[in-house]
Design a protein around this ligand. Structure first.
Ligand code: TXA
Ligand code: MG
Length: 329
């Protein structure tokens, strides 16, 4: 099946694009980055690597371009998107960063950290980006390719992870093409993303900062409230119980494979494929999604996963694994 046919055959629950389009693979050199910036300026969709996962980018001020993100992903609802900017100065144009939020941004950015702050009045962002809320999630990524793209474009880029809604986030350009080929204009191919897990999301809206999503950055704020559990109306799709799902059923904390299972190992549990033979959480985080994509590609139907220590980055890994194992809607 070609990527174009695949785009046509997506499940009926997702919104179909009008017609499959050619998805170009652009090299992550000056010419490729320039081309990607032109596509963004023209209101197109470009997937690009960040240090966490590939994002599906559009001009955050262009409502039609942002709407195409939802269409391409088959996202069921208009959830708010992270706005990527080149630096704190640019962030100031879209959000209000004062007091502890400003100090934190100055200390950590560029980083795999998204900050939810009050939306600046007259920001010019499409209301689709913020889902009509008066807050905005902003991020200055650390990835050199992402930063070069943001500077070349010179504006805010809305970018959720570049995968069909509810599926595993992409950590390579091939993952992006397998999921969204035929639905987006281009993917900037910068090779595998180093961190491999989405950014940590921290809210700076109330009295004290709140952890909204575990992620690639392990927070060190002493007064951090934890609000990562799904609410009635989840703020973040990453908070939905069944998210980041591979095709296989998933059993956690497995020290050995039961008959018919494919075992994903860690440390002493060797498995059929190991997230990190040496038990290194950073390595396991960066391998996690590629391993799940690999299981999909191998046609694994029953997946077991070795125990991962629930500390540091292990907390974000376990969060994603629990969601992968959750009953599917
Ligand atoms: O690492 C990442 O964060 C990647 C790369 C591309 O930057 N992006 C990513 O985007 O994971 P996405 O759409 O898959 O997740 C963004 C999360 C969502 O769960 C969304 O609901 C939350 O950020 N979010 C965005 N704006 C928000 C807001 N104003 N308040 C609360 N949550 C918000
Ligand atoms: Mg996502």
């Amino acid at each position: 099946m070609t990527v174009l046919e695949r785009a046509d055959n997506r499940d009926a629950t997702s919104q179909m694009p009008d017609k499959p389009i050619e998805t170009r693979r652009l090299p992550a050199d000056a010419a490729g980055i320039g081309e990607a910036a032109s596509i963004l300026r023209a209101g197109g969709l470009v997937a690009f690597p960040t240090e966490t996962v590939y994002g599906l980018g559009a001009d955050a001020r262009n409502g039609q371009a942002v709407a195409r993100i939802y269409q391409a992903k088959g996202r069921p609802a208009f959830n708010p998107l992270i706005v990527h900017v080149a630096d704190l100065d640019m962030a100031d144009g879209y959000g209000v960063l004062t007091g502890p939020a400003r100090a934190f941004a100055e200390r950590v950015w560029p980083a795999p950290v998204s900050m939810v702050v009050p939306l600046r009045a007259g920001s010019g962002l499409s209301p689709l980006v913020t889902a009509g809320q008066d807050s905005v999630a902003l991020r200055v990524p650390r990835s050199d390719i992402a930063l070069r793209l943001l500077k070349a474009f010179g504006g805010p880029v809305a970018a959720p992870s570049a995968n069909p809604s509810g599926r595993i986030s992409p950590t390579t350009a091939d993952h992006v093409l397998a999921g969204l080929g035929g639905r987006i204009d281009a993917v900037l191919d910068g090779g595998p993303t180093p961190e491999g897990l989405e950014s940590t999301i921290i809210g700076f809206l109330g009295e004290q900062p709140a952890l909204l999503r575990e992620g690639a950055y392990v927070p060190d704020l002493p007064d951090l409230a934890v609000e990562t559990e799904a609410k009635d109306a989840p703020l973040a799709p990453g908070q939905l119980a069944s998210h980041y799902a591979p095709l296989a059923s998933v059993r956690l904390n497995a020290t050995e494979a039961r008959p018919g299972e494919f075992l994903l190992g860690f440390g002493p549990v060797t498995g059929d494929l190991s997230l990190s033979p040496s038990g290194d959480l950073v390595e396991a985080a960066s391998n996690l999604y590629a391993a799940l994509h690999d299981c999909d590609a191998r046609g694994v139907s029953r997946l077991a996963v070795a125990p991962i220590p629930d500390e540091g980055l292990g907390r974000a890994i376990n969060d994603r694994l629990r969601r992968a194992a959750a009953p599917r809607a």
